[in-house]
Each structure stands twice: as structure tokens, then as C-alpha cells.
Design a protein around this ligand. Structure first.
Ligand SMILES: Nc1ncnc2c1ncn2[C@@H]1O[C@H](COP(=O)(O)OP(=O)(O)OP(=O)(O)O)[C@@H](O)[C@H]1O
Ligand SMILES: [Mg+2]
Length: 234
């Protein structure tokens, strides 16, 4: 579904990603883990067309993404939930959801889809008139996921959804991500929370200073000595 091949990119003359290759198959959940500054968000920005690709290629269902503008991705079925969630703080929960369903393919079904989202996220239903910026961190993450689902995506990209959440809320958010996968949405999830991420993912990649140093099934990575030492301290 998504294929990244020998991707090199960065900012100005600072090279951040140095030949990254990665795939996500239809229906899969794939985790990309790595410590602060490894280049995880940079990779997502390249996928979303927010950062020019220096060399290599990114294709989605055979179509080359670097040739497209960022605003063209939702119509392909790609939903990107950025680090920090990207919701509109000064708009209500309801208005954020309405805006999520703006693309042509979703617009006609917006009201029905919103009811589905309220069934999935009762907390958001209770708070539908509340300004998004006044929601708790966990509720904001729920809203970001619900807003992305409003466009009926086939592929969802999440950048550190558990960041800054309480342990209980982290569990809730990962449960929601598993539900999204059950809906048939393919997922690329970036996380520092390796254990939770590999728990929901089929496979994973470990990124270190712009290079993939390890990849495998979630079980393989969890059993890898280097991973255990670097991320679990055991
Ligand atoms: N806009 C920018 N201009 C210049 N350098 C940047 C910019 N954004 C990121 N970088 C640098 O690129 C490197 C990778 O950053 P990136 O945000 O991709 O890391 P990350 O893996 O997402 O880290 P974190 O887990 O902290 O979110 C870092 O050294 C960072 O300082
Ligand atoms: Mg990041």
C-alpha cells in the first residue's frame, strides 16, 4: 500500500533521513519507533508532502506522493494526525468533526458519520459544543482520531498519539487504534512508547539517527536483545 524506498531528506542542508526504506501492506498496522530526534516526524512530513524529498521515492497504491501537494492526500484516503494532534482549538468538537468530513467523497455522509463517531466516542458526544482547546489531552487525541475517521480514510498516519497522556489514557488511545485497525484502516504509527506500539502493530521498524537499524514482526522486535536494552532497560 505504502512503499518508501531509499528516502533521503532533511532541512536546508541538514540531512535527517539517510536512505530509509519501509512498507505498509493493505490492512497492516506498522510501528515506527525511535528516540527523540531520530527523524520520525521528518519521515511523516515527507510522506505528507510537507517536506521535499531529496532522493528516493514514496508511493501509495502505486502513485508517487512527492509529486502531489499536501492537500491532495485526503482524497487518496490518507489521513495524517500530526504530532500535537492538529485539531482546531478555538472551534467546537462538532465543528472540528464537520471539517474532518469536508472532502467530496465524505461530505454527503457527514451527519451519519458523525453519529457513528459519537457512538464510538461517547465522551466526544457529551462534549460536542465544547471548544476543542479546552478538552483534556486524551480527549483531544480522541477528537483527532475521530476527525480523521470522518473522511473514511483507508490509511491513517499517527505521530506519537500517546505523548503526554496518563497511563490509563494511553491504554484507551491504543484500544481505539486497535478498533480503527479492525475497521479495515491500514495504519502507520510513530511512537516512543515501544511496548504499547508493538502491542497493536503487526510489524515494526526502529529508526536511529535517520536510518532503519532493525525491522521485523512485533514479536521479533520485542524479543530482540538490543531493543530490550535500549527501550526497556532490561
Ligand atoms: N524544521 C526544522 N528545521 C531544521 N531542523 C529540523 C526541523 N525539524 C526537525 N529538525 C531536526 O531534524 C531531526 C529529526 O527531527 P524529528 O522531528 O524528525 O525527530 P523525531 O524522531 O520526530 O523526534 P521526537 O520523538 O522528539 O518527536 C532533529 O535533529 C531536529 O532537530
Ligand atoms: Mg516527532
Amino acid at each position: 500500500m505504502l512503499e518508501i524506498k531509499d528516502l533521503v531528506t532533511g532541512y536546508g542542508d541538514l540531512k535527517v533521513l539517510d536512505g530509509v526504506s519501509l512498507t505498509v501492506e493493505e490492512g497492516e498496522t506498522v510501528a515506527l519507533v525511535g528516540s527523540n530526534g531520530a527523524g520520525k516526524t521528518t519521515l511523516l512530513q515527507a510522506i505528507s508532502g510537507l517536506l521535499p524529498v531529496w532522493s528516493g521515492d514514496i508511493t501509495f497504491r502505486g502513485q508517487s506522493l512527492p509529486k502531489l501537494q499536501p492537500h491532495q492526500l485526503p482524497a487518496l484516503g490518507i489521513a495524517h494526525i500530526p504530532q500535537g494532534r492538529g485539531i482546531l482549538a478555538r472551534l467546537s468538537v462538532y465543528d472540528n468533526l464537520m471539517l474532518g468530513g469536508y472532502i467530496a467523497a465524505a461530505k454527503a455522509k457527514r451527519s451519519a458519520r458523525m453519529e457513528e463517531m459519537f457512538a464510538l466516542f461517547p465522551r466526544l458526544k457529551e462534549r460536542r459544543e465544547q471548544l476543542a482547546g479546552t478538552l483534556s489531552g486524551g480527549e483531544q487525541q480522541m477528537l483527532a482520531i475521530a476527525r480523521a475517521l470522518m473522511m473514511y480514510p483507508s490509511f491513517m498516519i499517527l505521530d506519537e498519539p500517546s505523548l503526554g497522556l496518563s497511563p490509563l489514557m494511553v491504554e484507551t488511545v491504543f484500544k481505539i487504534i486497535a478498533d480503527v485497525s479492525q475497521m479495515g484502516v491500514s495504519i502507520l504509527i510513530i511512537e516512543q512508547n515501544l511496548v504499547e506500539a508493538l502491542h497493536v502493530a503487526d510489524r515494526g521498524y526502529v529508526l536511529e539517527t535517520g536510518r532503519v537499524v532493525l525491522s521485523g514482526t512485533s514479536a521479533e522486535l520485542m524479543g530482540n536483545d538490543k531493543v530490550r536494552e535500549a527501550y526497556l532497560g532490561i
